[in-house]
Design a protein around this ligand. Structure first.
Ligand code: RUQ
Ligand code: CUA
Length: 636
């Protein structure tokens, strides 16, 4: 056989194999060109996953970090809920950030973007219940800011959905209420209740969030959002249900209208209007009323109580479907703009122009029952979750606008996420189904079932289920980013630690007492606290400032006080401050609560609580011999 002929024959055989074999693989391990399902999720011991996946923790208030494709839970990032293992919400800084609230309902992670692609800098997530947004810095996987409660909003579900250059994150009110929130009879809903869309600015340098603008919206239930990109950059889309404006029996009354809406917000125009002084200050936020300020928001009809709204990677189409509809409506951004330019709209009672459904629609794709959310791959396909059918439908974005493939999921899928699926360049490798019910998929653990997630390979022509993995309660949405885009450091450089209370030299460790305030400046290094004996009086307010002077990977120390709710973890190079009130006279030990060394068990100390009136020195210094020992340790 001639060489070129052999090449063609082998090539055709490979093509046949990729088309036919990948199509018949199943979760129980049938082989395809890419190997069995088991091989495709296997990450050898010592090797790393190709993706980070960030799952919202729902009413646990946290973020769960998974590695993909292994589906291994790597860590949990505490965000809206105290977490004793790392002392989140126990030290003064994180306690202040939580603002006294101990739960959140985290729904939608939103990775920061540059030019419409994930840049690996920050991760935003909403607390729906208190209308807050948190920013996690991916340089240390810690929550650095919680913004809110955002004024005038009752819960923020359509949130945060960052814009293509992370100029803004958004929030829209799930519930309507009077704005400002003063007394009103619930029966006066239609007259006094309002919805709100808020644009929260993000500082491009450090990610700090601050108020941009708010827009007064009709009292519908604002549900989900997505940012425009490419040609639609500068616009943000928000779906709603309950355009019926019902305040009770929503499950019946909010499904009466043929059409609800999505709102298209021109956020540049809105910000400009605020900057030109066209907003009214309400509750500390600049609020724009579309009755007075034109050109900032338009409504586009969507049949039958829509839920998700998703912009495709090119930014040309907005996909949105009614939960009670069996189709995905694909709207053309260009047609929307043409209708606006031609002023082809009617104005509703709230002063918002309403465009015509047929003027904006590009295609209707018959898809199945209960369509909720849509994600995308790199080949011009979309993947829509079907709650009622418990399936994912893969369909073509573009003529002939047809369904290409379907896969069963277990059970009742809500969101789904594709690898980098919210960006301009999805990688087209995986989809994860986030199922609402797990029923019988895992070992029985009693009435509270875990949530169910499923990893699906979308590289071939047919979707293939690779792996089931349980998650704790309860991920709503998740996002997946290429691992090499995220570069966290593991040690806080001690020389850059400028925290008040930091002690960088053993010589500076001490206890200072002024009246009944005691400040303990403490050094932690394997396997000592210095000082390890602290003398205070009954009832003293004691502030422990503990610096972990280690500069080695993975050497965190804990600081837990007996008979208290006080515990924190101090990472290498970090200083943390914790307040504790001395109780009755006696002895109160403390210890390192995080296993750190062979002598971890010895890493402990005593607080000597003296009766009131028995003098305590204003300055206590640890024994110089011990200081010398610790200083020597630090040089090692
Ligand atoms: S939701 S199942 Cu809270 Cu994003 Cu759609
Ligand atoms: Cu330090 Cu255990």
């Amino acid at each position: 056989m001639k060489r070129w002929l052999a090449v063609i024959v082998i090539g055709l055989a490979a093509l046949w194999a990729s088309v036919h074999l990948s199509g018949c693989a199943t979760a129980n391990g049938a082989r395809s060109a890419r190997g069995s399902a088991a091989e495709r999720v296997y990450v050898k011991p010592g090797e790393h996953d190709a993706y980070y996946a960030f799952f919202s923790g729902g009413h646990s208030g946290q973020i769960f970090v998974y590695g993909m494709p292994s589906c291994r839970h790597i860590t949990t990032i505490p965000v809206f809920t105290p977490e004793p293992a790392v002392g989140y919400g126990y030290d003064e800084e994180t306690k202040a950030m939580l603002g006294g609230r101990t739960w959140g309902d985290a729904h939608h992670p939103g990775l920061s973007e540059t030019d419409g692609d994930y840049d690996g800098r920050w991760l935003f997530i909403n607390d729906m219940v208190s209308a807050r947004i948190a920013r996690i810095d991916l340089s240390d996987f810690k929550t650095h800011q919680i913004y809110g409660p955002i004024p005038n909003l009752s819960a923020a579900h359509a949130c945060p959905f960052p814009t293509p250059n992370t100029e803004y994150v958004f929030a829209a009110s799930r519930f309507s209420a009077p704005v400002p929130n003063t007394y009103s009879k619930v029966e006066d809903y239609k007259q006094t209740f309002k919805g709100i869309v808020a644009g929260i600015k993000v500082d491009p340098k450090d990610g700090t969030m601050s108020m941009g603008f708010e827009i007064l919206m009709p009292p519908f239930d604002w549900d989900l959002s997505d940012a425009g990109k490419g040609p639609s950059a500068g616009w943000q889309f928000f779906t709603c249900y309950n355009s019926e404006e019902a305040y009770d029996s929503l499950e019946v009354k909010a499904s009466q209208n043929e059409m609800d809406y999505f709102a298209a917000v021109d956020w540049r125009a809105a910000q400009k209007a605020v900057d030109e002084g066209k907003a009214k200050q309400i509750g500390g936020a600049p609020v724009l009323d579309p009755k007075d300020v034109k050109g900032i928001v338009y409504l586009v009809p969507v049949p039958k109580s829509p839920h998700g709204v998703d912009v495709n990677p090119t930014g040309e189409f907005v996909c949105c479907s009614g939960k009670l509809q069996a189709e995905v409506n694909v709207y053309s951004f260009k047609k929307i703009q043409d209708a606006i330019a031609a002023k082809k709209y009617t104005e509703n009672a709230f002063g918002i122009p309403v465009l015509a459904y047929d003027d904006c629609l590009e295609a209707k794709v018959p898809i199945g029952l209960g369509p909720l959310h849509t994600q995308f791959d790199d080949k011009g396909n979309a993947y829509t979750s079907l709650f009622l059918d418990s399936q994912i439908a893969k369909w073509k974005v573009g003529p002939p606008w047809n369904v290409i493939d379907k896969i069963d999921v277990y059970y009742s899928i809500g969101h789904l996420m594709a690898s980098e699926g919210d960006t301009r360049h999805p990688t087209g490798e995986y989809v994860v189904a986030l199922d609402k019910l797990s029923k019988d998929r895992y070992l029985n653990v009693g009435p509270t079932h875990p949530e169910a997630a499923q990893l699906i390979d979308i590289r071939g022509p047919k979707m293939e289920l690779l792996e089931d993995f349980p998650t704790y309660l309860e991920p709503h949405y998740a996002q997946m980013i290429k691992a090499d885009k995220v570069k966290p450091f593991t040690v806080y450089p001690l020389d850059k630690n400028d925290k008040p209370g930091a002690v960088k030299k053993a010589e500076d460790a001490r206890v200072e007492k002024h009246g009944n305030r005691v400040d303990v400046y403490m050094v932690a290094v394997r396997s000592h606290f210095t000082p390890d004996v602290v003398r205070v009086n009954e009832g003293d307010d004691v502030w422990f400032h503990v610096t972990n002077v280690e500069q080695d990977d993975d050497i965190a120390h804990g600081f837990g006080i007996l008979n208290s709710s006080n515990n924190m973890q101090i990472e290498p190079g970090e200083t943390k401050t914790m307040h504790w009130v001395a109780g009755k006279a006696g002895i109160n030990p403390f210890y390192c609560s995080n296993f750190c060394s062979a002598l971890h068990q010895e890493m402990q100390g005593y607080i000597e609580i003296r009766p009131k009136g028995q003098p305590v020195a204003n300055l206590q210094r640890p024994d110089p011999k011990r200081v010398a020992e610790v200083a020597a340790l630090m040089k090692e």
